[in-house]
Design a protein around this ligand. Structure first.
Ligand SMILES: Nc1nc2c(ncn2[C@@H]2O[C@H](COP(=O)(O)OP(=O)(O)OP(=O)(O)O)[C@@H](O)[C@H]2O)c(=O)[nH]1
Ligand SMILES: [Mg+2]
Length: 230
């Protein structure tokens, strides 16, 4: 399947999720960066040249859809009935942003309680942590505090955070409102909050493009600081 915004849009209509898409356009997307949208181009995952490489860690309770999101981003496809993750692997995601090629190493982790301490070593050198909950699962939302504590205790102080409410297609089962998610983002000074659906593809490419954009801007900012202090 082609790995482009087009395929994402086709996937959306195939799954009759235009209503979610419309809702998102109205209220779920922060408009501040919209004018940058045309500067993205998603590249094939077997691309091998890049200007910058960033390590991203995806965390959150078991079953919230971390593996499905990672899989959707790297293949453009959805896998239902996926087994709980027991090992750590990364999927590459390439995008062109402005005139640079960015490679994201998306590290999927296991959310099961028993393996949680194993994740600590994966926080090291992560430029950005994506913390995922599921909009139909209150426990996964209540766990966020614990995830944030674990992240902040193990990441570098420069690590950025995105908060993701996944399974946005499950609108009849929603127990966590969009506003509640946004509140947590604001309270913790995270970079971004978005709702996604690995199932329909809704906002998945957008999420990883926003991640790339955020990290590249940080790289530029740091290189300016280095120039000034030299
Ligand atoms: N409706 C819906 N179901 C989803 C979505 N994403 C994942 N699922 C379902 O949730 C199940 C669990 O998803 P996973 O991606 O395995 O969850 P995980 O967070 O990786 O779980 P662990 O590996 O145990 O930490 C999948 O088998 C899918 O059936 C989504 O966006 N919408
Ligand atoms: Mg998993």
């Amino acid at each position: 399947m082609s790995h482009s915004e087009n395929s994402e849009n086709k996937e959306l209509s195939k799954n009759s999720n235009e209503d979610i898409d419309k809702k998102n356009k109205n209220e779920n997307i922060d408009d501040e960066d919209e004018d940058d949208d045309n500067d993205y181009e998603i590249l094939s995952p077997d691309y091998f040249k890049y200007d910058y490489n960033y390590k991203i860690i995806v965390i959150g309770d078991s079953g919230v859809g971390k593996t499905c999101l990672t899989y959707r981003a790297s293949t453009g496809e959805y896998q239902d009935k996926i087994s709980p993750t027991l090992s750590f692997e990364f999927s590459p995601f390439f995008l062109r942003y402005k005139d640079k090629i960015l490679k994201l190493e998306i590290w999927d982790t296991c959310g099961q309680e028993v393996y949680r301490s194993l994740i600590n070593s994966f926080f090291k050198n992560s430029s950005l942590a994506i913390i995922v909950y599921s909009i139909d699962n209150e426990n996964s939302f209540l766990s966020l505090e614990e995830w944030v504590r674990q992240c902040k205790g193990n990441c570098s102080p420069n690590t950025k955070f995105f908060l993701i409410g996944n399974k946005a297609d499950m609108k009849d089962d929603r127990v966590i409102s969009y506003e509640k998610g946004k509140e947590i983002m604001e309270k913790n000074n995270f970079e971004k909050f978005m709702e996604t659906s690995a199932k329909s593809g809704f906002n998945v490419n957008k999420l990883f493009c926003e991640v790339g954009k955020c990290l590249y801007k940080e790289t530029l900012k740091n290189s300016e600081v280095n120039k000034v202090s030299r």
